[in-house]
Design a protein around this ligand. Structure first.
Ligand code: PMV
Length: 307
């Protein structure tokens, strides 16, 4: 018996960080990069093979908080411990790690789905998302839940912590270009740093998060009305606020400026910051120009994605 599943990457269009403090955010799947999991019979043993990161171990050997082990155990738990003589899960992923593209949540989602399918079950997106959220806590500490949600639903989401996500559709498809600074960044660390600063000056941070929240509402309206020019302006404004928050870095700012100069409608860092990716909103005719400008400005990888 064999079962396979995959899950996409994601980017945050508007609202990162503020979403941890109860404001809305918008995230979209990046379907061009995916993580896969394959489950096969292997009588007498239960193995996890993560080929890209050179890991292979039996389930019981891994530390209890190993994210791969946890994804498997939480799924088996959810499925009420189906009987099996042993299986091997092989994981592969083309989603860059630690760049704000949701690689951890995508790997977990692929594992949950493949394992459920191996046992003849198909889980609903909210069930998958809830299991993956538990694993996300290991990667992120205090995740808002946006990554597991957008990846499990594989749809643009308007997300508020602890609320049912609203799936929405832009009035017309739009193109984003993702440019990678090449700098790995730990979401957990950045989120913790913001938390410390918030504790030191709550009123200032709350005001800033309110402003980001307003951008998210306007961003959703602009996407639903197909107003790309407005969406671009709002992305620029969101980036300025993230700079004020202290989560950008010179490399991110440099890529944002390069994208804008080359004709992007808007650009911002995406994800936790201090590295990782920028996203730029572009019209069809400027995709090549903006991609080249990003490369010249030092982006180590470029990905164009249609939403
Ligand atoms: O996983 P990342 O790097 O895209 O960051 C998630 C976005 C944050 O708002 C910074 C954290 C969270 O849990 O929502």
């Amino acid at each position: 018996m064999e079962a396979k599943a995959s899950a996409p990457g994601k980017v945050i269009l508007f609202g990162e960080h503020a979403v941890v403090y109860g404001r809305p955010a918008i995230a979209v799947p990046v379907k061009g990069v995916r993580a896969w999991a394959k489950v096969e019979d292997s009588p007498g043993q239960t193995l996890i093979r993560a080929l890209d990161i050179g890991k292979e171990f039996s389930l019981s050997e891994a530390p209890p908080d190993d994210p791969l082990r946890l994804a498997v155990e939480l799924t088996l738990n959810f499925l009420e411990f189906p009987r099996a003589t042993g299986f091997t899960i092989t994981i592969t992923s083309e989603i860059p790690i630690a760049r704000g593209l949701g690689s951890g949540a995508a790997v977990s989602t692929a594992i949950v789905r493949a394992l459920a399918s191996y046992f003849g079950r198909e889980l609903a997106p909210d069930e998958v998302s809830a299991i993956v959220y538990e694993v996300e806590k290991i990667y992120h500490g205090t995740p808002s839940g946006i990554d597991n949600t957008v990846i499990a639903y594989e749809s643009p989401v308007f997300f508020i912590k602890n609320q049912k996500p609203v799936l929405f559709k832009a009035q017309k498809p739009f193109n984003i270009i993702i440019g990678d600074t090449g700098i790995s960044s730990s979401t957990k660390e950045v989120v913790l740093w913001v938390r410390k600063r918030w504790e030191e000056n709550k009123p200032w941070h709350e005001k800033l998060f309110d402003r980001i929240g307003e951008i998210v509402l306007s961003g959703r309206k602009a996407a639903e009305e197909g107003d790309l020019k407005r969406m671009g302006e709002l992305m620029d404004e969101n980036h300025r606020l993230l700079v004020e928050l202290g989560v950008s870095c010179p490399e991110l700012d440099h890529l944002v400026e390069a994208a804008k100069r080359a004709g992007a409608l808007g650009a911002k860092l995406s994800g936790a910051g201090w590295g990782g990716n920028i996203i730029a909103l572009v019209e069809e005719e400027s995709i090549v120009q903006v991609s080249e400008a990003l490369k010249e400005a030092g982006a180590v990888a470029i990905l164009a994605s249609m939403v």
